[in-house]
Design a protein around this ligand. Sequence first.
Ligand SMILES: Cc1cc2nc3c(=O)[nH]c(=O)nc-3n(C[C@H](O)[C@H](O)[C@H](O)COP(=O)(O)O)c2cc1C
Length: 238
Amino acid sequence: MDPFQQILKSTLARTDDAPQAVKPQALLEAELKPRIAHIAVDDFLSLAKARRTIYTLGKDLPIAEDNVVEIIKEAIRQAPSAFNSQSSRALILLGKEHDRFWEMVRDQLRKVIPAESFHATSDKLDGFAAAAGSVLFFEDQEVVTHLQRQYIAYADNFPVWSEQSSGIAQYAVWLALAEKSIGTNLQHYNPLIDLDVRAAWQIPESWKLRAEMNFGSIVAAADEKSYIDDDKRFIVAR
Ligand SMILES: Cc1cc2nc3c(=O)[nH]c(=O)nc-3n(C[C@H](O)[C@H](O)[C@H](O)COP(=O)(O)O)c2cc1C
C-alpha cells in the first residue's frame, strides 16, 4: 500500500472525526490527495501532522539511498543551535551496517533482560532491523565544554541547550523524511550500547549518543493519535 493509501486508511479509521468517517472513499481521496501532494511545497502544518512514529518499516525506500543521506545531513545542518555551536553529530547506518547495529543492541539487551521474557524484546528489535537504515544522533561534548569555558556566565545552560539542539535536529530529520514518505521511529538504547557503537564505527570519545532513529518504507500506518485538551496546554493572553 502506498503512503497516500495508508494515510487515507488511517483517516477512514478515525472515530473522533465523525463527518470524515462517513464520507465516501472517493470524496476523501479527492480531498486528501491535493493535501498530501502539497506537503512538500508550502504546508508545514500538514507535514507536521503527517509525521508520525511508524513502527512497521521496510527496506524499500521511495527515493535513492544517497538522497536520503543528503536529506538527513541537510536537515541537521540547517537545525539551529545555541550560539550556532552546531554541536549535533550523526552516524547514518544503511544496509548491513544498520542490521549490525540492531544485532549489537540485541546482544547488549540479552545481558540485562531475563531469558524468559527476552523473546518480546527480540521481536521488537526484529521490527527495527527490518527498517532500511538508522540515524544515531550524538552531541559533541567538546563543543559544550569549550562554550562553558568561553562564556562562564552561561556555563550551566550549555548542556541544556545541547540537548535542545539535539531534539531540534531529530525533529528536523523526522519531518524531512516524512516529507519524502519515509517512516521513522525514535529509540533510546543509549547508554547501554555506547561503547559498542564507539568501537564499531570509530566514533570520537567526545560524541555522546542521545537517540537512535530508524527509517524505512511505511509498511503499516501509525495508530490514531490522541491529544490533550487545549485549555490544559495553552494560555493565550492579549
Ligand atoms: C524525546 C522523545 C523520546 C522518545 N522516545 C521513544 C522511545 O524511546 N521509543 C519509542 O518507541 N518511541 C519514542 N518516542 C516516540 C513517542 O512515543 C511518539 O512521538 C509519541 O507517542 C507521539 O506519537 P507520534 O510520534 O506518532 O506523533 C519518543 C519521542 C520523543 C519526542
